[in-house]
Ligand binder design. Structure first.
Ligand SMILES: Nc1nc2c(ncn2[C@@H]2O[C@@H]3COP(=O)(O)O[C@H]4[C@@H](O)[C@H](n5cnc6c(=O)[nH]c(N)nc65)O[C@@H]4COP(=O)(O)O[C@H]3[C@H]2O)c(=O)[nH]1
Length: 794
C-alpha cells in the first residue's frame, strides 16, 4: 500500500521525466544525424579541395619540368651548366614541395643537381628511372610514392631526348603548398585527413600520432550500405572508432592516375556527439528546470490534495467514532473537493439529525420502558434496577434501607364503580401527595394497578420509617375531590428492611408484599413491618390454596344458617346461608379467610354453586317437612353474578333441587353492583323476573347514589354491621342508619340490620323503623340441624 503522496510523486516522475528523456534522446539522435551530415559535407569539401591542391601541385610541377627541360636543352647546347644549376636552385628554393632537381645521364649519374652535395641518386630513383626507360612514355613521368624517414616523395622524370639525359624532380608531398596548411589546420583538431595510396596505406596524415603507412584496412569495405551520402561513409577507422568520413580519388585528374591515391577526411562520431551535447546543453538545462518545476507543482498539488483528503478523513473518522457534530470547515479551491466536502457535511448533518431523533426516541422508549405512563414515576422495571442499586450501595456503605409495598384498599371498587378514567385521576392525586412526603433520593415506583413501592435509603433510625409510613397513610386518607366526586381512599403498607429481613431483591419485595397483606388483614389505613411469622402466614395461604382444591371433593364444606328475625313480632323472617369450612387438619376456617383466596384462584363459582344447591335442597326438605323457613338468603360473589351463564345456572339449580324461586333471596354487595352497574342491572332484572328477590348487602360501605338505587330491581337493603356496632352511642352511625331507613321507606324497600348483638341495638333499630334483624342477639349461624331445632321446630 502506497500513500497518495507517494503515488502522485511517482506519477509525476513518470509523467515528467520519461517524456523528457525520450525527447532528449530523440533530439540528440536527430541533432547528431544532422550534425554528422553537416560535418560530412564539410569533410567532402575538404577532400575535394585537397585533391584539387595535389592535382594542381603535380600539374604545376609537370609544367615546370617541361619549361625547365626546354631551357636546359638550350643551355646544354651552350654548355652553360652554371645557369642550369642556378635555374635548378631557383626552382628548389622557390617551391616548397620541390625537394631537389637533378639532371641525370642515361646511366643515372648526377650531372647537375639543385643540391650540390648530391653526387649520387638513391637506389629508389635509379629503379624508377629504369622503369621509366623501359616504358614507352616520353611525356613527364610520375613515379610511385617513395617514403623515407617519415617523408614521402614522388619523382617526376622528363627525358631530354636530344641528349639522352633525364630531368628528375623530387617532390615532397607533404610540402605541397596549401595542402600542408590544409592539413595543419586539422592537426590537433578532432577532424583528421589522410592521403592513402592505392594499397590503402596512409601516405600522409594530419594527425602525426598516426603512423604514416599504417594500414587503413577497411577502406575497401566501404560500400553502399555504409554510404550516408555521395562519398560519405560511416565506418570504424583503424583504431576501431566510429567515424564519419568522406574520400576523393586523385586518380581522376590527368596523369595522376598512376598515383591511385585517395584523400580521406574523417571525424569521430563521438566528437560530433560532443558538439551535439554542447548544443543541447541548454536544452538539458531547460528539461531539468521543467522536471524541477513539475516536481514542485506536483508536490504542492499533491500536498494540497492530501491535506484536503486528510481533513475529509479526519472528519469521517470523527463521525465514525460518534462525533456527529464534526464538519469540514475549510473551502477548497478544487470544485470536486468542494462537492465532496458539501456532500460529507450534508451526510454528517443527516446522520446528526437521525442520531438526535434516535436519541430522542431512545429517551422516549427508555422513559416508556422505565416510567409509568400515567403517573410518570418509575415503573416495575426501573424499580427493580433501583432496588439492586440500593442493595449494592447499602452493602458498600454498610447501610440499611426500607422497602414499602403500598396497596390501596378497595381501589378496584372505585375503578369498577366510577370507571378507569376516574380511578386514574385518583391515582395521579395520590402519587402527587406521596411525592410531597418523600425526599429526592427516595425511589417511588408504581408496580401496576394500585400497587406502589418506595425505597427509603440512608435511614437515620427506624422511627423515620414509621413517620414516613404515617405521613403516607394520612396524606392518602384525605378526601380526594375529582370533578365534584369526593373519594376517601385508605391504604395498606408492608415494610421490609435491608439487611435485617433480607439481603436480596426478590425476598425484600416478597416480604414487603407479605407485610402489606398482613396490614390489609389487620384493617385499613395501617402499616406493618415484616416479621418471620408473616412468612408463615403466606405459607399458610399457599397451603390453603392446595387444600381448597380438595375441600369440595372431601365434603369439608358445610352450610350454616343464620336466622333473620322480625323483631316486632319475634318471628322468623328468613335465614342467611353462610359457608363453613371444616379443615381436616386446621379445623374451622372462617369464610373471609378462604373466600377471597377462592375468588383469586377461580374456585368461588364452584363453591357458590355448591352452597346454593345445598341450601336449596335444604329448603325443599324443610318445606316438604312442613316447616316454614320463609326466605333463604344466599350470598353471591361478583364473579358468580357476572358469569355469562349465571341465570341459566340459577334456573337449572331451581329445577334440579325443586326449590321455588319465591323462597330465594340473592344477596349482592353494594360495591359489587356499583362496580359494574349497567351489566348488573340487566342481570338483576333477569333474576327478578324469575321471581327471586334481591337484597343489597353491606349497604353504606359502597358509593351508591339515590338515582342508582331507584333503578335497581332490589327488594331489601342490609345495613352493614359497622354502622350497627356503636349505636345508639355513635351519633354519626345513628344518623347514617336513620338515613338508610328513611331511604328504604321512600323507595319502598325492606330494611334489615346485620350484626345486631345487643337489645340496645335491636331496640334502637326497631324504634327507628328497622324491624328485621340479623345478629348474634337472635342466633349465630348454625348447622341445618341446629337451625331446624332452634328455629323451625319451635
Ligand atoms: N360479630 C358478629 N358477626 C355476625 C353477627 N351476625 C352475623 N355475623 C356475621 O356477619 C356475617 C354476615 O354475612 P355477610 O355480611 O354476608 O358476610 C359474609 C359473606 O359476604 C361471605 N360469605 C359467607 N358465606 C358465603 C357463601 O356461601 N358465598 C359467598 N359468596 N360469600 C359468603 O363471608 C362473609 C362472612 O361470613 P361469616 O363469617 O359467616 O359472617 C357472617 C356472620 O357470621 C353478629 O352479631 N356479630
Amino acid at each position: 500500500m502506497f500513500s497518495l503522496m507517494t503515488k502522485l510523486f511517482f506519477a509525476g516522475v513518470f509523467i515528467s521525466v520519461v517524456p523528457l528523456f525520450i525527447y532528449q534522446y530523440i533530439s540528440f539522435e536527430q541533432s547528431s544525424k544532422t550534425l554528422q551530415l553537416t560535418y560530412a559535407k564539410e569533410l567532402k569539401h575538404k577532400t575535394e579541395l585537397t585533391t584539387l591542391l595535389i592535382n594542381q601541385a603535380i600539374s604545376h610541377r609537370s609544367s615546370d619540368l617541361n619549361i625547365i627541360a626546354g631551357g636546359v636543352g638550350e643551355l646544354l647546347s651552350l654548355k652553360n651548366y652554371k645557369t642550369i644549376e642556378k635555374q635548378f636552385n631557383n626552382l628548389a628554393l622557390n617551391k616548397n614541395d620541390v625537394n631537389s632537381l637533378t639532371l641525370l645521364d642515361k646511366e643515372a649519374r648526377v650531372l647537375i643537381a639543385s643540391d650540390k652535395s648530391r653526387k649520387n641518386i638513391s637506389s629508389e630513383v635509379r629503379n624508377i628511372l629504369t622503369t621509366y626507360k623501359s616504358s614507352a612514355i616520353n611525356e613527364v613521368y610520375l613515379s610511385e610514392l617513395v617514403t623515407n624517414n617519415d617523408e614521402a616523395y614522388i619523382y617526376m622524370i622528363k627525358k631530354m631526348i636530344d641528349y639522352d639525359y633525364f630531368l628528375v624532380i623530387e617532390i615532397n608531398i607533404k610540402n605541397i603548398d596549401l595542402l600542408l596548411s590544409n592539413f595543419d589546420d586539422e592537426v590537433n583538431g578532432d577532424k583528421a585527413i589522410y592521403i592513402i595510396d592505392k594499397n590503402n596505406n596512409i601516405i600522409i596524415s594530419s594527425d602525426k600520432t598516426k603512423k604514416i603507412m599504417a594500414s587503413f584496412t577497411d577502406i575497401d569495405k566501404l560500400n553502399s550500405q555504409n554510404e550516408l551520402d555521395d562519398r560519405i561513409f560511416h565506418f570504424k577507422d583503424f583504431e576501431n572508432e566510429d567515424v564519419i568520413a568522406s574520400y576523393d580519388e586523385i586518380s581522376k585528374f590527368g596523369f595522376s592516375e598512376a598515383l591511385g591515391w585517395k584523400i580521406i577526411a574523417s571525424i569521430p562520431i563521438s566528437v560530433i556527439n560532443k558538439d551535439v551535447s554542447k548544443s543541447l546543453a541548454i536544452n538539458k538545462k531547460v528539461s531539468i528546470l521543467i522536471v524541477i518545476i513539475t516536481f514542485l507543482i506536483l508536490t504542492l498539488l499533491s500536498r494540497n490534495i492530501v491535506k484536503s483528503i486528510q481533513k475529509v478523513v479526519d472528519v469521517a473518522n470523527k463521525i465514525s467514532s460518534g462525533d456527529y457534530s464534526a464538519r469540514v470547515e475549510d473551502k477548497n479551491t478544487t470544485t470536486e473537493f468542494n462537492t465532496l466536502l458539501i456532500a460529507l457535511n450534508s451526510m454528517a448533518d443527516k446522520i446528526q439529525n437521525r442520531t438526535n431523533k434516535l436519541e430522542e426516541q431512545k429517551l422516549l422508549l427508555e422513559n416508556l420502558a422505565h416510567y409509568d405512563t400515567l403517573t410518570q414515576i418509575p415503573n416495575r422495571v426501573l424499580f427493580k434496577d433501583r432496588i439492586e442499586q440500593a442493595i449494592a450501595k447499602a452493602k458498600r456503605h454498610k447501610n440499611k434501607f426500607a422497602l414499602f409495598y403500598i396497596d390501596l384498599d378497595e381501589f378496584k371498587h372505585i375503578n369498577d364503580s366510577f370507571g378507569h378514567d376516574m380511578g386514574d385521576e385518583i391515582l395521579k392525586v395520590i402519587v402527587l401527595r406521596i411525592n410531597t412526603v418523600l425526599r429526592k433520593e427516595d425511589t417511588f415506583a408504581r408496580l401496576g394497578g394500585d400497587e406502589f413501592t418506595i425505597i427509603l435509603e440512608e435511614l437515620q433510625d427506624i422511627n423515620s420509617i414509621t413517620v414516613i409510613a404515617d405521613k403516607i397513610i394520612d396524606t392518602i386518607k384525605k378526601p380526594i375531590d375529582i370533578n365534584g366526586n369526593v373519594f376517601k381512599v385508605s391504604t395498606s403498607i408492608g415494610i421490609s428492611i435491608y439487611p435485617k429481613d433480607a439481603t436480596d431483591k426478590s425476598n425484600l419485595i416478597k416480604y414487603s408484599d407479605i407485610a402489606m397483606y398482613k396490614a390489609k388483614s389487620m384493617g385499613k389505613d395501617n402499616y406493618q413491618f415484616y416479621s418471620e411469622d408473616m412468612s408463615n402466614y403466606s405459607y399458610n395461604r399457599i397451603k390453603m390454596k392446595q387444600s381448597l382444591d380438595f375441600a369440595l371433593e372431601n365434603n369439608e364444606f358445610e352450610v350454616y344458617y343464620q336466622p333473620q328475625i322480625n323483631a316486632k313480632t319475634n318471628e322468623l323472617s328468613g335465614m342467611e346461608a353462610l359457608i363453613r369450612w371444616n379443615h381436616p387438619e386446621d379445623g374451622y376456617i372462617a369464610p373471609l379467610d378462604f373466600l377471597p383466596l377462592a375468588e383469586e384462584i377461580g374456585m368461588i363459582i364452584e363453591i357458590d354453586q355448591w352452597v346454593m344447591k345445598t341450601a336449596m335442597k335444604q329448603m325443599l326438605i324443610w318445606n316438604e317437612q312442613g316447616y316454614n323457613p320463609v326466605i333463604l338468603s344466599l350470598n353471591l360473589s361478583i364473579k358468580h353474578l357476572q358469569h355469562e351463564n349465571f341465570v341459566s345456572m340459577l334456573k337449572s339449580n331451581l329445577e334440579e333441587t325443586g326449590c321455588k324461586p319465591e323462597w330465594i333471596e340473592l344477596e349482592v354487595t353494594e360495591s359489587h353492583i356499583m362496580s359494574n352497574y349497567e351489566e348488573s342491572i340487566a342481570k338483576l332484572k333477569e333474576i327478578n323476573k324469575l321471581g327471586i328477590r334481591i337484597s343489597m348487602d353491606d349497604f353504606g360501605t359502597g358509593y351508591s347514589s339515590l338515582s342508582h338505587l331507584k333503578l335497581l330491581p332490589i327488594d331489601k337493603l342490609k345495613i352493614d354491621k359497622s354502622f350497627v356496632n356503636d349505636i345508639p352511642e355513635d351519633e354519626e352511625d345513628v344518623a347514617i342508619i336513620k338515613a338508610i331507613i328513611a331511604l328504604c321507606k321512600s323507595l319502598d324497600l325492606t330494611v334489615l340490620a346485620e350484626g345486631v348483638e345487643t337489645d340496645k341495638q335491636s331496640g334502637f333499630l326497631v324504634e327507628n323503623g328497622c324491624s328485621y334483624i340479623q345478629g348474634y342477639l337472635y342466633g349465630k349461624p348454625q348447622s341445618n340441624k341446629d337451625f331446624e331445632r332452634n328455629f323451625l321446630k319451635s
